[in-house]
Design a protein. Structure first.
Length: 378
């Protein structure tokens, strides 16, 4: 069946079609119910082609060795290959087994690992277009058998637009944080300072008259001064971070120090040697990941100690946040709770990998790792 010449003229966008896992499950159900009986134009084969050519997603069928044997129109639009160019080629040509983001042989694991059985769950990986550019994809796999032979149906969705929208949302959030931080610093702190001066004058006048209320006025003055300190620390956490090549190390140390002052939880930063990050946007995302992880540890983990580690080895930068709290709930990382989805989006934005697990001795370990980035061209 040939593609209609009037089909879409640009790649599928998640802003135009449903992105839920239910959509993937529906496609899997349809794919599972129709088997390719042969290439002789039988009814089941025609139904299968009709279904697969009518969807926006790439539907790719490969054999037990990972060689592509079926390619639909959605795949051509997303990856740029015509059917005759790709049949017989390895699936790894589209989804490389090795990733610069440190995901390792993820596709290979999904296809062939017994420890990670295939199901219809979605996985986010990086795809490669015919022209060589890489882009984010959402992938779902189904294994099935025809006679004694095993096959894999891979449903792939281009999520470039979704990722762009996520980055835009984070930028909007950052601007809003900046606005709130500036208002706290420039407006509320100034008003509290004025109230402090008034309370100081009131305390002095009451003291001159030897009134017992002078002690109450002194306590009010003390509380307002502490409120100013807390508000300034809060404002500083909301304002954007200006980081030089080695600024992340000092920014994390200051963040840890401020957290300890506000929460009275023992916090420390560990960075034995300078970690140079010349792309300031990457440094800011790492800082925000660390900030979110520390906030989660304070709010949800009931931790008594939080450790933030930053290191670099052989071009690999690793940021770890470790607490001794109650540990992350089973499945919470997958469900995107506790702001984890925000951290994951930030990690993906900088081509990093975020891992969240229980510590060997309890608590939670959050790790973001990435290859040391090159500075952006101005």
């Amino acid at each position: 069946m040939k593609l209609n010449a009037q089909r879409r003229k640009r790649p599928f966008s998640n802003a135009q079609a449903p992105t839920s896992r239910r959509g993937f499950s529906s496609l899997h159900a349809r794919s599972k119910s129709i088997r390719i009986s042969s290439a002789d134009g039988s009814r089941s084969a025609l139904e299968f082609r009709s279904v697969t050519q009518s969807v926006d997603e790439a539907i790719v069928i490969s054999d037990a060795h990972g060689k592509i044997i079926f390619w639909n129109g959605g795949a051509k639009i997303i990856f740029g290959y015509a059917e005759k160019e790709i049949i017989g080629k390895p699936l790894a040509l589209l989804i490389p087994t090795q990733s610069s983001a440190g995901r390792g042989a993820k596709l290979e694991q999904l296809l062939f690992s017994k420890a990670s059985p295939i199901d219809s769950k979605t996985h986010e990986l990086r795809g490669i277009h015919k022209d060589g550019h890489r882009f984010p994809v959402e992938l779902s796999l189904l294994s099935w058998a025809f006679g004694a032979k095993a096959f894999f149906t891979t449903i792939i969705r281009d999520i470039t637009e979704r990722k762009r929208l996520q980055r835009e949302i984070m930028e909007i959030s950052g601007r809003e944080q900046k606005r709130i931080g500036q208002e706290l610093h420039d407006d509320l702190c100034q008003q509290l300072t004025a109230i402090t001066l008034l309370s100081e004058v009131l305390e002095k006048k009451l003291g001159e008259k030897s009134l017992v209320e002078a002690k109450d006025a002194a306590e009010i003055h003390k509380l307002i001064v502490q409120s100013i300190i807390d508000t300034r620390l809060l404002a500083k956490g909301l304002l954007p971070v200006e980081l030089g090549p080695d600024g992340l190390r000092s920014a994390l140390a200051e963040m840890v120090s401020n957290t300890e002052k506000l929460t009275h939880i023992h916090c420390r930063a560990e960075c034995k040697k300078p970690v140079l990050i010349r792309d300031s946007a990457v440094a800011v995302h790492l800082y925000r990941i660390g900030q979110e992880a520390v906030t989660n540890a304070v709010k949800h983990a009931r931790a008594k100690e939080i450790v933030v580690k930053l290191s670099e080895s052989r071009g690999q930068i690793v940021l770890s946040i470790i607490d001794d709290g109650v540990g992350i709930a089973e499945g919470a990382a997958r469900r995107g709770r506790l702001g984890l989805s925000v951290m994951n989006s930030r990690a993906e934005t900088i081509n990093g990998t975020l891992r969240i697990r229980r510590g060997d001795k309890g608590g939670t370990v959050v790790t973001c790792s990435l290859h040391a980035p090159t500075p952006r061209a101005k």
